[in-house]
Ligand binder design. Structure first.
Ligand SMILES: Nc1nc2c(ncn2[C@@H]2O[C@H](COP(=O)(O)OP(=O)(O)OP(=O)(O)O)[C@@H](O)[C@H]2O)c(=O)[nH]1
Ligand SMILES: [Mg+2]
Length: 460
């Protein structure tokens, strides 16, 4: 996976690129202390090593160099009491990109190798400090944009999901052992055993099924819900887009057909992450370019998690408005009646009747009237559900493995229909057990590791 051996000592700037109050250089591996000795000179020299877990004041200075580069603190975590279970040294100094780059260069010149992205966590996994689910959660935590995302990720770093998987595995192993013991003691009362095993398997299958079902809610929490602004041209979609983002992002004009390509921007409402999409007005389209914009807009709206239907309430409503109001019936939606600064000429009741129960608001995107209420409605309609079930936010890899486990359990339950046959049961349960092992990384192949850690590497 990572090109070099785990016995190399790796170095990286652990703080984000750019200027900051503090920048941290981090080393992990057997030569961490030796390398740190060459680039960091303690103010009070105290022997060849560093005290464990105690800040040491000193200067960063190249070996044999006359001038110090900066001053800072060094922290030493002796193996195995460290994140990677190797010797780790962290040097905090002023967070100038020039200082950090030079400090890293000094470390490399003293024998360290540049760490690949995710390599510290990879080592933590290799050395049994984290399982694979926890390693993935570290990545999610670092990337979280909202507090609920961060909380959900941290629960997983703590081992929330891992604990469930371990328990599931223990239960399965127990059932298998029970089933196999009936092969040795076939005189036992099989009727009781069969009913009991059936009940336990069904319970486990239901629990796994529930986790799989939460994947979708978890995906939205992790990635943010996509909300499309759908409406006829010139109703004020782009004006509303800008008003919600509080930035003049999209071009607005009195001409119809202004927006052609769709725009997508991150919008955070009360701790929930959304991706707001502005697009061409859905209608006929006069030119080929407009028609292409409309086609793309429809595709975007079709794949969105929710829709904000925008209407111009200052003009009489027509057939097209009614048709639009009935579109995407399976999606959650909000009706936004725009241009409330002008006299009402729109039949809002007729539009509302097309989709009873849909939240509706009058706003003026131009003046910014009622925008807070709109944010509230966005949060209430699309955001609130995301707070539930944060204990099991799955990624795709985890979901696929859980589906395999569910299918194995289903197959095992199926074998009971034809009477209790321990060999058949065991045969159905074995792949499920293997999938459980892959989930936590107890059983891991290069392929699995590459699929997990390459995400760290790409930094996306
Ligand atoms: N009076 C009033 N005018 C508005 C309001 N919102 C938008 N407009 C005007 O309506 C016109 C069209 O606005 P846009 O935001 O470009 O509308 P759009 O729906 O994005 O239009 P297309 O991209 O062409 O589909 C512009 O002249 C805006 O200034 C509003 O709340 N009140
Ligand atoms: Mg527009």
């Amino acid at each position: 996976m990572f090109e070099h051996g785990p016995d190399d000592t790796i170095a990286a700037v652990a703080t984000p690129p750019g200027s900051g109050g503090i920048g941290i250089l981090r080393l992990s591996g057997p030569r961490s202390v030796a390398i740190a000795r060459r680039i960091f000179r303690p103010r009070r020299s105290g022997g060849p090593g560093f005290p464990e877990r105690r800040a040491v004041l000193g200067e960063i200075r190249g070996h044999g160099a006359a001038d110090a580069l900066d001053e800072g603190f060094l922290l030493y975590f002796r193996a195995p009491r460290s994140y990677t279970r190797q010797d780790i040294v962290e040097i905090s100094c002023h967070g100038s990109p020039a200082v950090m780059e030079e400090a890293l260069r000094l470390a490399v010149r003293s024998g360290a190798r540049l760490a690949d992205p995710g390599e510290f966590t990879f080592r933590a996994f290799l050395n049994g400090r984290l399982d694979l689910i926890q390693a993935e959660a570290v990545d999610s935590l670092v990337r979280s944009f909202t507090l609920p995302q961060a909380k959900a990720a941290f629960l997983q770093v703590r081992g929330g999901l891992s604990g469930k998987i371990v328990k599931l595995r223990e239960d399965l192993v127990e059932i298998l052992a029970d089933a196999e013991s009936t092969l040795e003691f076939p005189d036992d009362d099989l009727g009781i055993r069969e009913a009991d095993v059936g009940k336990r398997l069904k319970g486990l299958r239901a629990a796994v099924e529930k986790m799989v079902e939460r994947y979708e809610a978890g995906r939205i929490l992790r990635e943010g819900a996509v909300l499309a602004l759908a409406g006829r041209s010139n109703v004020g979609k782009s004006t509303l887009f800008n008003a919600l983002l509080d930035a003049p992002r999209a071009i607005v004009s009195e001409e119809a057909g202004t927006t052609r390509d769709f725009l997508r921007e991150r919008l955070i409402v009360k701790d929930s992450l959304f991706h707001l999409v502005d697009m061409a007005g859905l209608g006929e389209g006069r030119t080929a370019v407009e028609r292409e914009g409309i086609r793309r807009g429809r595709a975007e709206a079709g794949s969105a998690d929710g829709i904000l239907f925008v209407f111009d309430r200052s003009r009489p409503s027509g057939r097209e408005d009614l048709a639009l109001a009935g579109a995407y019936p399976e999606k959650k939606a909000i009706f936004v009646f725009n241009k409330s600064d002008r006299p009402l000429r729109f039949d809002t009741a007729a539009v509302l009747a097309r989709r009873p129960g849909t939240p509706a608001l009058e706003v003026s995107a131009l003046r910014g009237d009622n925008m807070d209420a709109l944010r509230e409605a966005i949060h209430g309609t699309f955001g609130r559900q995301l707070r539930r079930d944060v204990d099991a936010v799955l990624n795709l890899r985890q979901k696929l493995a859980l589906e395999e486990i569910r299918d194995g359990l289903q197959g095992a339950v199926g074998t009971l229909a034809g009477g209790f046959r321990a060999e058949l049961l065991a045969e159905e349960l074995r792949p499920a057990l293997a999938a459980l092992g892959r989930l936590t990384g107890d059983v891991s192949t290069d392929e699995i590791l590459a699929s997990v850690f390459s995400r760290f590497c790409l930094g996306k």
